[in-house]
Design a binder for this molecule. Structure first.
Ligand SMILES: Nc1ncnc2c1ncn2[C@@H]1O[C@H](COP(=O)(O)OP(=O)(O)O)[C@@H](O)[C@H]1O
Ligand SMILES: Nc1nc2c(ncn2[C@H]2C[C@H](O)[C@@H](COP(=O)(O)O)O2)c(=O)[nH]1
Length: 247
């Protein structure tokens, strides 16, 4: 199934560490005609045998520049990845790397001002020379203390020493970027979801976003009904499938 006009309906899924971005993408695995691109964390944990994520957390002053440079490369690769489907969901973006993580490293003094200037120039160049657009941003809004507990429970070795204050700083930057609009550029309309809800309630919250996300795929269904169906068939009738998508 090719994307319409060669450009998929692109969604950036944004939110603090542990807010449920990967879990959100997994919710959409039930549908066909969607490309899901999770954050390349494993690439950051193993670049030719080097765990850049661990090095960055252990000695940010020394490794922040190298880590952010590689984050930029891997995220640009995701932005530019050919997408054969009408809908593409990406976990994070070059925008959150710049306006949340790099901004925080500059403000906290982790990045030298000259290092920040280099990363900022790279972001400006990429943003103005290469299309890295989005049609929608889904913002998984969370409370720092809640995601800090989730991070501890997830127990990713590199993150065990991440303090609550770091999560609070990232929260404020996400809010300023996506909600208050006092930081940087917001490249698409924002759909905010309450990602504090626990796993027993979060599916209903995720469903609030299905219509806006799947509407391009719905268009495809209306033109070729046999094309889109959940991997677990809801019904043999495309009509019953389409209302399921019209939430
Ligand atoms: N709504 C939720 N309630 C409770 N735990 C959650 C929820 N969403 C995700 N988790 C758990 O929290 C951790 C982080 O979720 P994940 O999807 O990896 O977040 P992210 O990709 O934003 O870092 C995982 O252990 C996951 O199982
Ligand atoms: N310093 C940066 N760290 C980043 C960036 N993008 C992600 N990360 C870190 C945060 C987590 O420890 C891990 C994965 O993020 P999740 O939110 O998916 O858990 O990678 C960045 O640009 N800079």
């Amino acid at each position: 199934m090719s994307a319409m006009n060669g450009k998929p309906f692109t969604v950036f899924v944004e939110g603090n560490i542990g807010s449920g971005k990967t879990t959100f993408l997994e919710h959409f695995r039930q549908f066909e005609d969607i490309t899901l691109l999770t954050e390349p964390v494993e690439a950051w944990r193993n670049l030719q045998g080097w765990n850049l994520l661990d090095l960055m957390y252990k000695d940010p002053a020394k490794w922040a520049m190298a880590f952010q440079s590689y984050v930029s490369l891997t995220m640009l690769d995701m932005h530019r990845r050919p997408t054969p489907t009408p809908v593409k969901l990406m976990e994070r973006s070059l925008f959150s790397a710049r306006y949340c993580f790099v901004e925080n490293m500059m403000r906290s003094g982790t990045l030298h001002p000259a290092e920040f200037a280099v990363l900022d120039e790279w972001f400006r160049f990429i943003h103005h020379q290469i299309p890295i657009e989005a049609d929608l941003i889904v913002y998984l809004k969370t409370t720092p203390s809640i995601v800090h507990e989730r991070i501890k429970k997830r127990a990713r070795s590199e993150e065990q020493c991440v303090p609550l204050s770091y999560i609070e700083d990232l929260h404020r930057l996400h809010e300023d970027w996506l909600i208050n609009r006092t930081l940087g550029e917001c490249p698409a309309p924002v759909l905010m979801l309450d990602a504090d809800l626990d796993l027993s309630q979060i599916t209903e919250e995720y469903k609030k976003s299905e219509h806006q996300i799947l509407r391009k795929a719905v268009d495809v269904v209306m033109r070729s009904p046999n094309k889109l169906s959940p991997k677990k068939p809801i019904s043999s009738s495309p009509i019953k499938i389409v209302p399921q998508l019209r939430l």
